[in-house]
Design a protein around this ligand. Structure first.
Ligand code: 6PG
Length: 465
């Protein structure tokens, strides 16, 4: 029988997913808040329309679907999603599944999952990565929900997902918020990867004096080797774009103020809440925040000067430094997944997560092939820096990263993400760090106690009082 699904919300992503489904032989029943969009959408669908049935509203859509129903919602995952859930609960039947395919805060997903369970309904938090193009032709899909929902959803998602060498980039990662959490961390890794690229561009442009097009060429060259990735590819292309109005490189006319919708920030917040810290992702979120303070930056530039010294940069060494920093970005991301897996009892499969990120999503990269293999070949409990294949990249790249950051800092270039990569790595490779000083201070001013290296139990110092 033809798989069948309901889809509500024909915005950019919803419409693209619906067309993707129709193209893959799935019969999709659609509706939208404003009905005026529907004929426009059907027009776009063209011959794919044979697999699409449009309805005037959510009530009609629900009535048309056989039970148990599966309805995917592509609407803002904030209040509109809560309002929609309240609206549909009385209209649905036990066993039906509601899917939120937007970028939801996984805490909301857990709350909504609990609410729907009270009504014998199922809730799926589904992370979809790849932008409009991905949604239309093959995204990476991260599913959180019950086995029952997954059984309904599996054929549909496997049909529409991106494929990596025949393996669909979709997985049922765990219950309730697991899918949305993994998507959130995907975005956190994405933020830091983007920031690393931006910092490297800055060093090459302002430090080594290279033109945007020359830097674009380097990215394009990298995209043919081990550094191959979607973000590297599009940056290479971006740096060659010319503004039709002024004839200037497009990157010179774009205001340096980055937007953010929340996923990077959530990654950082959840990491800290669980007693972790993903400093590279924090640096990326911070950099976006600071980027919006243009006036303040202009005042500080006038006060302190904005000179940045010249840098000599060797392309091969830079590639090594970038590789190492990227491994550390992923390593920090997987540590957050590890912490959440323990806290929420999700039993996340790190190798599988890396596998479904190999195609379709924004962070797809050749490195993810190696990361998947590293997790499959060595059980390091989600700790990427302990995987032998990653240790090889790090041992090769860290000296280059160290050299790059040293001279960049000395010359006054801002490299918050690159520098925090090393701050974290060097901390983790010290078997004895600096926390004994903190513990001594805490015991002196607050009698907080400390553990001794040569005895068990809590101890206090005699101190001088
Ligand atoms: C993806 C993207 C996608 C979207 C985010 C970006 O995986 O397809 O991450 O989810 O582009 O909204 O987030 P910001 O707007 O916060 O950069």
């Amino acid at each position: 029988t033809t798989p069948l699904i309901g889809l509500y919300g024909l915005g950019t992503m919803g419409a693209a997913l619906a067309l993707n489904m129709a193209e893959h032989g799935i019969h999709v029943h659609v509706a939208n808040r404003t009905t005026a969009e529907v004929p426009v959408f059907l027009d776009r669908a063209g011959p794919l329309g044979t697999n699409i049935t449009a309805h005037d509203d959510i009530d009609a859509l629900i009535a048309a679907l056989p039970k148990p129903r599966t309805i995917l919602f592509m609407i803002p995952s904030t209040k509109p999603m809560d309002d929609m859930i309240d609206f549909v609960i009385p209209k649905l039947s036990p066993g039906d599944t509601v899917i939120d395919a937007g970028n939801a805060d996984f805490n909301d997903t857990r709350r909504r999952d609990a609410l729907l369970r009270e009504h014998e309904l199922h809730f799926v938090g589904m992370g979809v990565s790849g932008g409009e193009e991905g949604a239309r032709h093959g995204p990476s899909i991260m599913v959180g929900g019950t086995e029952h929902s997954w059984a309904q959803l599996e054929p549909v998602t496997k049909a529409i997902a991106a494929q990596h060498e025949g393996d669909p980039c979709v997985a049922h990662l765990g219950p309730d918020g697991a899918g949305h959490f993994v998507k959130t961390v995907h975005n956190g890794i994405e933020y830091a990867d983007m920031q690393l690229i931006a910092e490297i561009h800055g060093l090459l442009h302002h430090g080594a004096g290279r033109s945007h097009a020359e830097i674009g060429d380097l990215f394009t060259e990298w995209d043919r080797g081990p550094l191959k990735s979607y973000l590297v590819e599009i940056t290479g292309r971006l740096l060659h774009e010319v503004d039709p109005q002024t004839g200037r490189p497009v990157v010179d006319i774009i205001k340096d103020s980055a937007g953010q919708k929340g996923t990077g920030r959530w990654t950082v917040i959840e990491a800290i809440r669980m007693g972790q810290s993903a400093t590279m992702i924090e640096a990326a979120v911070a950099s976006r925040a600071w980027s919006s303070e243009g006036d303040l930056r202009a005042q500080a530039a006038a006060l302190y000067g904005e000179d940045r010294g010249t840098l000599e940069i060797d392309d091969a060494e830079l590639a090594k430094a970038f590789s190492a920093a990227r491994v550390l970005d992923y390593a920090q991301g997987f540590r957050i997944l590890r912490a959440a897996s323990a806290e929420f009892g999700w039993d996340l499969d790190y190798a599988r997560i890396a596998e479904i990120w190999r195609a379709g999503c924004i962070i797809r990269s050749a490195l993810l092939d190696d990361i998947s293999a590293a997790f499959r070949n060595a059980d390091t409990g989600g700790e990427l820096i302990l995987a032998p294949a990653m240790a090889e990249i790090l041992k090769d790249g860290i000296p280059a990263l160290r050299a790059l950051i040293s001279k960049s800092l000395a010359a006054g270039h801002a490299t918050p993400a690159l520098a925090s990569a090393l701050g974290w790595f060097d901390t983790m490779r010290q078997s004895r760090g600096q926390a004994h000083i903190i513990q001594g201070q805490r015991d002196i001013f607050g009698r907080h106690g400390f553990e001794r290296i040569d005895a068990t139990g809590p101890h206090h110092g005699p101190w001088w009082g």
